[in-house]
Ligand binder design. Sequence first.
Ligand SMILES: [Cu+2]
Length: 94
Amino acid sequence: MLACAVALAADAVVVSQRNRHFNPDHLAIAVGTSVRVMNDDRVTHHIYIDSENMRFESGEQPVGKSIDLRFDQAGRFLVRCAIHPTMRLEVAVK
Ligand SMILES: [Cu+2]
């Protein structure tokens, strides 16, 4: 079972951006997990996290570009897009 837990933590989780939504838009992951956010949309995105214990800013994320986010702290984080304010990806890390 330990090997299984380690494999889970090391696996990259992939989130797609399509039609100006994150899919999936909720994640529950272990501390240390990387999340790859892939722009499968037809428009540029610009993702950011602005929380007390994690700040991130992707800059322009053109179509086809992926961004890797690594969550090293437990907590709940909201990934948003600076261009499309309705885009929300909730990430629960524990
Ligand atoms: Cu966007």
